[in-house]
Design a protein. Structure first.
Length: 515
């Protein structure tokens, strides 16, 4: 059996194992529920290969799960997944050094189309990203969403004992907590982290089945968002939509149907030390030398790393760059913008449309300004290693992170973590949750093309001393709120509720950022 790695972040976060989570959690266990699984099995010729489904969630929780020896419940989407599970649909994880149980839930093509591509990503995703015109709802989407949530809870119930902590991840499981509340022991702690924004009531009221979504989430003992404004938006939605709900904004609690839910915020971080180490490797340096030679990259580089999603503000970014080269012809041939994209959800028409729009914009800008030996925008979707990505971050003079709406945005933090030379400038949308923490970035409104262009000009003309001072502050902020810190805040809050220690502690965040 061979091992492959996908994505950009899969190693254990530095510091995550400094806590003995088995001792900290005590007699209770930990059950994690996510749509994507941390490990999948695929066919590699006649062999079965193991793929690490990388990302912040896996990197943060995998070492904790290994310490606790709990159960991770997820959709088994690998084409060889069924070949390795036991009679209970379980497989040890990690495969090379088992420390916990991976329990797979099987979804057929129709369920994936309706639960995942349907209700999750054509109803909840656009609603939460304030994109009401992209909402498409069919009755079968809702029916499958309910059914799949029930089936995941079936798996949770089979692996949960009294005193356990059950941690639901994200918007795929908005109904699961209330279903689980009726099935698990009273001293089981149900908690959920909502990884995307929560919209204001005027937007959320357009959500089909919105009251059921709220009621489902209020089955949690603890519901956590990235930043205070999402928490407040949620509390206001509950207060407005559910007449019988008692909301205490100051305490961050909702009492509904006999249960109390604590609502708070813990900003998610990245593997700061790991990313910095990758940026300094020989592989990273070799990548940069080969990349710049192959594409004749200019001396000054700007970077964007995105899933090709309509929420990421990529066309707005390209408009600002187009206006920049129009305003500043002396920078033609002197600045290369690198867009590292990842195609996503291309079965959905709204995603097909935005991906075509991005492709057209790149072609327009390159046709307008490009020369025989210089391409203004280098756009590619090919996989690159974690070290190569860290190198791209490190050697880019500025990062353009311009989401129209984003729960947190870990790319901004990854860029900062890789800036070991402390000479880059972060330009960040004020609509990203990370804007609350990263207050030394140049903040922009993506749709304000003129001001966005001004920010690019400011970044490129900034004195070295100011660049260094800004980046040092950003690096301090990212280090103080890294992935291990986020994991610890969530789990300690859950344990405090389980052990009757009262309200959870809200994190202390840097002042001066976005609310």
């Amino acid at each position: 059996m061979s091992n492959n790695t996908t994505g950009t972040d899969d190693a254990d976060p530095d510091g995550a194992q400094s806590t003995d989570w088995a001792d900290a959690i005590g007699s209770g266990g930990l059950v994690v529920v996510s749509n994507r699984q941390p490990y999948s099995h695929t066919y590699d010729g006649d062999d079965i290969a193991v793929e690490v489904q990388a990302g912040g969630l896996t990197a943060g929780l995998d070492p904790v799960m290994q310490s606790v020896g709990g159960t991770w419940v997820a959709w088994g989407d690998g084409d060889a997944d069924r070949e390795v599970v036991d009679e209970d649909d379980c497989v040890p994880a990690p495969p090379e050094d088992p420390g916990y149980t991976l329990r797979r839930v099987w979804l057929d093509d129709e369920e994936v189309d309706d639960y995942y591509y349907g209700f999750s990503n054509q109803v909840l995703w656009p609603i939460c990203h304030s994109a009401l015109t992209n909402v498409t709802e069919w009755e079968r989407y809702w029916e499958q969403y309910q059914s799949v949530n029930e089936r995941f809870v079936d798996a949770v119930e089979a692996h949960t004992d009294p005193g356990d902590i059950v941690w639901f991840q994200d918007y795929h499981f908005a109904l699961s907590p209330a279903i689980a509340r009726e099935r698990v022991a009273d001293d089981t702690v149900l908690m959920q982290f909502w990884h995307i924004p929560w919209p204001a009531w005027d937007t959320f009221r357009g959500c089909p089945h919105g009251e059921a979504i709220l009621e489902g989430l209020l089955g949690n003992d603890l519901l956590v968002f990235h930043v205070p404004r999402y928490r407040e938006n949620f509390l206001h939605c509950v207060e407005t939509a559910l007449d019988e709900a008692e909301v205490d904004h100051e305490a961050g609690t909702v009492t509904y149907d006999g249960y109390e839910t604590q609502v708070t915020e813990f900003p998610m971080g990245v593997q700061v030390d790991e990313i910095a180490q990758r940026a300094a490797t020989d592989e990273a340096e070799e990548f940069w030398a080969d990349f710049t030679e192959k594409y004749n990259v200019a001396d000054t580089v700007a970077v964007g790393v995105d899933r090709l999603d309509y929420s990421k503000g990529i066309p707005e970014r390209l408009r600002a760059l187009e206006q920049f080269w129009e305003r500043n012809p002396e920078w033609r041939g002197q600045l290369t913008y690198v867009e590292k994209g990842s195609e996503t959800r291309s079965q959905i028409p709204a995603y097909q449309a935005i991906q075509q729009r991005i492709e057209d914009a790149v072609e327009r800008v390159n046709d307008r300004f490009g020369t025989d030996d210089w391409t203004p925008v280098l756009s590619f979707e090919e996989y690159i290693s974690k070290e190569a990505l860290a190198s791209l971050y490190r050697h880019s003079d500025l990062a353009l992170i311009s989401p129209i709406r984003d729960g947190m945005n870990l790319v901004a933090q990854e860029y900062v973590a890789a800036q070991i030379d402390e000479d880059g400038v972060l330009i960040l949308s004020d609509q990203a949750g990370a804007g609350r923490m990263l207050d030394a970035a140049l903040m922009v409104k993506p749709q304000n093309t003129g001001a966005f262009t001004d920010a690019i000009e400011e970044a490129l003309s900034m004195r070295d001393a100011e660049k260094r001072a800004r980046m040092q502050r950003l690096r301090e902020q990212v280090a103080e709120n890294d992935l291990a810190t986020w994991t610890g805040l969530n789990l300690r809050a859950a344990m405090a509720l389980r052990d009757g220690e009262g309200s959870v502690r809200e994190p202390e965040l840097p002042t001066g950022g976005q609310p």
